[in-house]
Design a protein around this ligand. Structure first.
Ligand code: 6PG
Length: 249
């Protein structure tokens, strides 16, 4: 793991997890917005970020985010229409992006209306490269300011599943995944490790007792996507007490 700093933060419960994530998001935006005036946040699917998304839609957090400066991307999505209840961007839109004054051009969904997941992956790579202004990642100039991540019960992250060849991708930024390794079993489109790593901060959100075992395996360094993931900046595991493995506090 070549991340600059790895940190584990344990909070009391899911409410504290959402509050702490909102604080970190805000302070990241404040630091990075001051740099070049615009920020990029890569969102995650799953249930773990839902509390955060709800908080952002309402005061006091809603009034604190400089919406016009922040661009919102998605780390992976299910290959279903945005209106499908399984769509990661659909969920983020319903919970906050459609409820706040963000300019429409600041929301960048994976185009799951493309013909194939591979086609959507290529289109999304183009969109990311246009935003970044280059088609090669430069480690001193990260693509994202903040990448949110969840951890699947089998140790997957984004749509990068254990044993998948996608874990070894070094060049491409986005891949189509014909077969999901975890439910819902629909094809996926996912950012790769190099694209996700290009961030000032990667913030994992993990909660609930059913994640304790897999977190223990990841923290022990077992060969799982959650243990292989790295980032150019700070790698932060924000977990609640119920999910914390023994000895992690
Ligand atoms: C997805 C994801 C996936 C998710 C983890 C954790 O589309 O399913 O992006 O990687 O983040 O499975 O999900 P939970 O937060 O629901 O446990």
């Amino acid at each position: 793991m070549d991340s600059k700093h790895r940190q584990i933060i344990v909070v009391d419960d899911t409410a504290a997890l959402a509050e702490t994530a909102a604080q970190r998001l805000l302070s990241r935006i404040a630091q990075d917005g001051a740099r070049d005036g615009r920020c990029s946040v890569c969102l995650t699917g799953g249930s773990s970020p839902e509390g955060l998304y709800r908080l952002l839609a309402d005061e006091p957090w809603r009034g604190r985010v400089p919406w016009e400066r922040v661009h919102w991307f998605m780390g992976d999505d299910r290959f279903v229409p945005l209106s499908d209840p399984r769509s990661n961007m659909g969920i983020a839109k319903r919970l906050f992006l459609d409820r706040i004054p963000a300019p429409r051009g600041n929301v960048h969904p994976i185009p799951t209306d493309a013909n194939y997941p591979e086609g959507a992956a290529n289109l999304y790579a183009d969109a990311l490269q246009t935003f970044y202004g280059a088609d090669k990642l430069d480690s001193v100039r990260p693509l994202f300011d903040l990448v949110l991540m969840g951890l699947g019960p089998d140790g997957h992250v984004a749509s990068l599943y254990p044993q998948s060849r996608a874990l070894d991708e070094k060049e491409r930024w986005v891949l189509g995944v014909a077969k999901a390794g975890w439910e819902p079993f629909v094809p996926r489109v996912t950012l790769t490790f190099p694209a996700l790593a290009s961030t000032r901060e990667m913030l994992f959100l993990v909660d609930g007792a059913d994640k304790r075992d897999i977190l223990h395996r990841v923290f022990s360094g077992e060969d799982l996507p959650g243990a292989r993931v790295h980032c150019n900046g700070d790698l932060v595991w924000l977990i609640d007490r119920a999910a914390a493995p023994q000895g992690v506090s």
